[in-house]
Design a protein around this ligand. Structure first.
Ligand SMILES: Nc1ncnc2c1ncn2[C@@H]1O[C@H](COP(=O)(O)OP(=O)(O)OP(=O)(O)O)[C@@H](O)[C@H]1O
Ligand SMILES: [Mg+2]
Length: 224
């Protein structure tokens, strides 16, 4: 379902060129729960941005559900981003002064159709991440772990087939981190494809397969 073939990515700033991804090749099948592990500052977010169609690779090919991403126009790319992919970030990225419910509804507000049952669905998702009694709380009234649960519910509102998470437990204490990883595990059991990028081996170990990156390439893979 997701196939990276010899993906490269470099950035240029003035005359300085930084090569971040130097030929990354891997496959993640539908329904897999994989972690991509790399040290800090070595290209995890860059890789996730390419995976999430937020950024184009400099070279190589990327197939998403059999489609060559390189051949798609901006509208087709945003369609994939909005309908097929749910994003979870290290810093939660919730709107302040906005209730949990409205944060979860936000991706629908930006899409062309606003389903009649949207609020019911958002409510169900908030309940499914254990926050039924916090549905009208704003981010500053929630703990970090609770904010990340809201962000996960938001990622699920469009029924994405793939969840991409960038250090989703990086700002959490170890108990909240464990709870968040358990939620990912449940989502995986429900049949979703989950890819987490992390520098934390304990986080990586709660997945089913670890892809290790080194020097912008896949160094090895480990099935757990
Ligand atoms: N837009 C950009 N322009 C120039 N260089 C960039 C850009 N984005 C990332 N880089 C460079 O790419 C390298 C990898 O950055 P990236 O954010 O992907 O790493 P990371 O593994 O996610 O780091 P962290 O563990 O701190 O989150 C860094 O050297 C960074 O300076
Ligand atoms: Mg990063």
């Amino acid at each position: 379902m997701i196939e990276f073939n010899d993906i490269t990515k470099f950035f240029t700033s003035g005359i300085v060129r930084t090569d971040v991804l130097n030929g990354v090749t891997f496959k993640v099948n539908k329904g897999e729960f994989a972690a991509i592990m790399a040290p800090s500052g070595t290209g995890k977010t860059t890789l996730l941005n390419v995976l999430g169609c937020l950024m184009k690779a400099s070279g190589g090919s990327y197939l998403f559900e059999g489609q060559d991403i390189e051949t798609l126009n901006d509208d087709q790319l945003s369609e994939i981003r909005n309908k097929k992919i749910g994003f979870v970030f290290q810093t939660f990225n919730l709107l302040e002064r906005t209730s949990a419910l409205d944060n979860v509804l936000l991706p629908l507000v930006y899409s062309d159709v606003y389903p009649a049952d949207a609020e019911k669905k958002a409510g169900r998702l908030i309940e499914s991440v254990g926050l039924k009694d916090r549905i009208n709380y704003k981010p500053n009234e929630l703990s970090g772990g609770q904010q990340q649960r809201v962000a996960i519910a938001r990622a699920l509102i469009n029924d994405p087939s793939v969840i991409l998470a960038d250090e989703p437990t990086g700002n959490l204490d170890s108990n909240s981190a464990k709870e968040i990883m358990e939620i990912f595990r449940i989502l995986h059991k429900e049949g979703r494809t989950i890819i987490i990028v992390t520098h934390d081996i304990n986080v990586a170990r709660s997945s089913d397969r670890i892809i290790y990156l080194k020097d912008g390439k896949v160094e090895k893979e480990e099935v757990l």
